[in-house]
Design a protein around this ligand. Structure first.
Ligand code: ZN
Length: 96
């Protein structure tokens, strides 16, 4: 496996699952690199990645700032991520 680091979050914990490589940390999925493929891994299923990150916002609010940042990197217009961002701006620890 040539993919050694998640491009989305920098995690090195990547596992292969059903022909794709999945980051165990942020659930970003990659197509394993083939010999005839370009050097960079291809990010797929952006929509489900955002769903996974939004779920992490709810499950792990202590790190919500990081998750929201990742979501907005993928989809700057994501309404739910912007809502979290606005809440963070209004009140730093709104979840406590
Ligand atoms: Zn990751």
């Amino acid at each position: 496996m040539k993919i050694v680091e998640c491009a989305a979050c920098g995690s090195k914990e990547l596992v292969e699952d059903s022909g794709v490589v999945v980051c165990v940390y942020c659930q970003t999925k990659y197509l394993p690199e083939r010999d005839d493929a370009p050097t960079r891994a291809t990010v797929i299923t952006v929509g489900s990645d955002i769903d996974a990150l939004l779920q992490k916002c709810r499950d792990d609010p202590a790190n919500i700032r990081q998750y929201v940042s990742l979501i907005l990197d993928i989809d700057p217009t994501n309404v739910e991520a912007q809502k979290y961002l606005n809440l963070m701006r209004k009140k730093k620890k709104w979840w406590q």
